[in-house]
Design a protein. Structure first.
Length: 105
């Protein structure tokens, strides 16, 4: 077997070994109902700007006036920085409007 073919096979095997975990982690279409969107207004109760994802917790008043606690997972901080987000983008008590795709679970 020549050297190029051997390196190509080794690279392919290595790539296949690591690809299933990557696909499993980023399977948003499996975890979330991509056919539905919920838009809601609420008040930020916690903002965790951390890797691997940013988390925003907020309270929404339902149609009866009861407080419902919600949480949303966003992209990673590096992706959010590209969208002009940083650690100071939200504060506890801020009023926000959120559009989410609900979890299938």
């Amino acid at each position: 077997m020549d050297r190029k073919l051997g390196l190509s096979i080794a690279a392919s095997v290595t790539s296949l070994m690591f690809s299933p975990p990557l696909l499993a982690h980023h399977g948003s279409r499996v975890s979330y109902d991509m056919t539905k969107e919920l838009a809601m207004k609420g008040t930020v109760t916690d903002y965790q700007y951390q890797n691997p994802h940013i988390y925003i917790m907020y309270d929404v008043n339902d149609e009866k006036g009861d407080v419902v606690h919600w949480g949303v997972e966003t992209y990673s901080p590096i992706v959010m920085v590209q969208q002009q987000w940083d650690k100071r983008s939200l504060k506890i008590g801020d009023e926000i409007t959120v559009t989410v795709r609900p979890s299938k679970a």
